[in-house]
Design a protein around this ligand. Structure first.
Ligand SMILES: Nc1nc2c(ncn2[C@@H]2O[C@H](COP(=O)(O)OP(=O)(O)OP(=O)(O)O)[C@@H](O)[C@H]2O)c(=O)[nH]1
Length: 339
């Protein structure tokens, strides 16, 4: 007998430092009329979490993990919660078509994200849609001095800035620039007391191989540029450990040399590469090569053909912890130059 096939359940990871507004956003998401049935795994203590009053008539199942931190304690707790939800769904006890996992403020989203790539059954039944990171505009300038807060920003597919009402334009701009230096991939959006367009939260497709990324980077590429444009990133006032590195080449890449470059990069820095993504122009190949990864887990695929009016160039964004930027740029440049 063949196994039943299931449509994977999209999963959203909600991250952000203490008090950044995760619960406020989640409440808003659960109250909004969208016709979706959303299950929630949260790691808050019952009295501070999503309360029963809110849950009342809502089609939501909350699984609160006993030992507090979903992200940094024992991963098997999260796996058990995920399997429990599946069992209850399959047996008709509960119905839901999406899952949101709210991480604690001090948690690293990496182990949570990895859970969805490691276990085969979980990989089939769930699909990680995106990591949303709330950033508290009023407190981020201090919080971002902690590497965990930087990592939460570095992992994100979307950066949602809360408490915009508490800061002036200058400070808001400075924060956005800092966030961009840490994570060049993630669009920045303002969320007002949890209110934001649903389309910014769901169907982000942050882990889809074939979706485009960082539209602002593409826009930049329209400017006149030398054949390999490797502009040093603007330096932040207080050098953040987590930072984005953008590598770009207008010269087509040799697939074998690219493969060597990526292998040695991942071998040496795989554990420090929070997220990375690229759209590449390969010599002699009409299709775009796309790749993306989280730490040492990554995938490559041939995408569509380059469009006639599209600039054929390779762009990759690496978001890493203490990456030796100059050396990586140099190795990339050597890889391009030896063609
Ligand atoms: N002024 C202002 N306050 C906000 C905004 N969003 C959230 N808050 C307030 O910030 C405080 C913290 O919000 P929470 O949603 O509890 O934050 P959290 O990230 O869930 O907090 P922890 O679970 O403790 O990490 C609450 O008092 C919210 O009312 C906003 O856009 N503006």
């Amino acid at each position: 007998m063949s196994e039943p096939s299931f449509t994977p359940i999209p999963v959203t990871i909600l991250s952000g430092f203490l008090g950044a507004g995760k619960t406020t956003l989640l409440r808003h998401l659960l109250k909004t009329e969208h016709g979706l049935k959303i299950a929630v795994i949260e790691n808050e203590l019952a009295e501070t979490g999503i309360d029963s009053e809110l849950l009342g008539e809502q089609p939501v199942q909350v699984v609160t993990l006993a030992n507090g931190c979903v992200c940094c304690s024992v991963r098997s707790d999260l796996e058990m919660a995920l399997f429990t939800l599946l069992e209850q769904r399959d047996s008709g006890v509960i119905a839901f078509d999406r899952l949101v996992i709210e991480c604690t403020g001090m948690a690293d989203p990496a182990p949570v994200a990895q859970t969805f790539f490691i276990d085969e059954e979980l990989r089939e039944r769930y699909i990680l849609d995106g990591i949303l990171t709330l950033v508290d505009a009023a407190h981020a300038p201090f919080q971002l001095n902690l590497s965990i807060a930087q990592a939460q920003v570095g992992f994100a597919d979307r950066l949602l800035v809360s408490k915009r009402d508490l800061v002036d334009e200058t400070n808001f701009e400075a924060l956005c620039q800092r966030l961009q230096r840490i994570n060049r991939r993630a669009p920045i959006r303002v969320v007002e007391h949890g209110q934001i367009d649903l389309a910014e939260l769901l169907d982000v497709r942050g882990f889809n191989l074939n979706d485009d990324f960082a539209p602002d980077l593409k826009a930049e590429s329209k400017q006149a540029a030398p054949f390999v444009s490797l502009r040093p990133a603007e330096k932040s006032r207080a050098e953040d450990r987590i930072a984005s590195l953008v590598l770009r080449s207008e010269k087509p890449l040799d697939i074998d040399r690219l493969s060597d470059f990526m292998n040695s990069l991942l071998e040496e820095f795989g554990n420090s590469l929070l997220r990375y993504k690229g759209v590449l122009h390969i010599a002699g190949e009409p299709r775009r090569l796309v790749f993306q990864g989280v730490l040492k887990l990554y995938g490559f695929d041939w995408d569509r053909e380059w469009a006639a009016d599209e600039k054929q160039e390779s762009v990759m964004v690496l978001i890493g912890d203490s990456l030796p930027e100059a050396r990586i740029r140099q190795e990339f440049m050597q890889m391009v130059a030896t063609l």
